[in-house]
Design a protein around this ligand. Sequence first.
Ligand code: NAP
Length: 296
Amino acid sequence: MSHKKILITGASGFLGYHLSRCAAAQGYEVYAQYNSGNIHYDRCTPIQFDLRSYIDMGNMIDDIEPDVVIHAAALADAARCQREPALSYAINVEATQNLAGICSDYQVPFVFTSTDLVFDGVKGNYSEEDAVNPLMVYGEHKVLAEQEVMKVYPESLIARCPLMFGAPEASDKTYFSAFIRSLREDKEVNLFHDEYRSVAGAKSVAEGLLHLAEEAAGIFHVAGGQRVSRYEFGLAAAEAFGLDKSLLKSMSQKDIAAANPRPADVSLSISKARSFGYAPLGYQEELQHIASGKYL
Ligand SMILES: NC(=O)c1ccc[n+]([C@@H]2O[C@H](COP(=O)([O-])OP(=O)(O)OC[C@H]3O[C@@H](n4cnc5c(N)ncnc54)[C@H](OP(=O)(O)O)[C@@H]3O)[C@@H](O)[C@H]2O)c1
């Protein structure tokens, strides 16, 4: 059991929820930052502030004196980043750069959560050495943030995360919650058979981040171990939750003229993270854990 202090930004968000719960279960003293949302997690101290305030951020690190910071706050809605690039830049790039700089000043280990959408999806099975080429503002800003973090605090860990699923109570805004809701309401769901991800359960990712935060620096892919299409994943999720699979309709990316660009295959190789002890569950197994209600 760890008795270290951890600050988790974006704790009111989807990944932040899993990080906070997993860190508390591991014995960390958890400081859980939120902004407009709210937090009532057991054994976590909620802290409200807007990451765009440099002064609040500095005061917070000064007051808490954390042993590690995991930065999971972001404007993570890619469509919104496309519509509001200035807001995305302020939150995803500037605030990240500032927080990394403050952590560097205080020599606090810093983990930045990035995304598989730094890639264009042409090649798939990307390693950490592959060239980035984002197709949308969200990915562009994550790339800029990665570069700034490496400049101001090269000892940081940059964790590129995949499309995640997790505890339904973490957020009702995720694609996963919407998907389960639709099937429960007997509504059809269209899913791409030609869009691939290394989808992962958020608990596996959260535990991986907590582990790697102590072990590693540089860029790491912290994703699932299987390349799976959205349609295949939907079938597995419906199966795990005992929902009607015939409501799932397979479609191609080519069938729609998307307002926002969608990379075809941003699956990630996780060999590097595995060599540092990262061991995610298979997605089918993690789906079973969630459906059983004994997840976190
Ligand atoms: N979810 C995925 O499948 C996925 C995939 C790849 C990468 N990621 C990355 O993982 C991280 C977490 O994503 P998520 O899906 O958990 O995001 P999320 O559910 O949208 O949560 C975003 C969090 O950021 C906080 N936040 C936003 N603007 C803020 C501001 N100005 N000041 C302070 N806090 C602010 C929000 O706080 P309030 O709600 O309290 O305002 C919330 O806690 C992000 O870095 C994202 O890019 C996620």
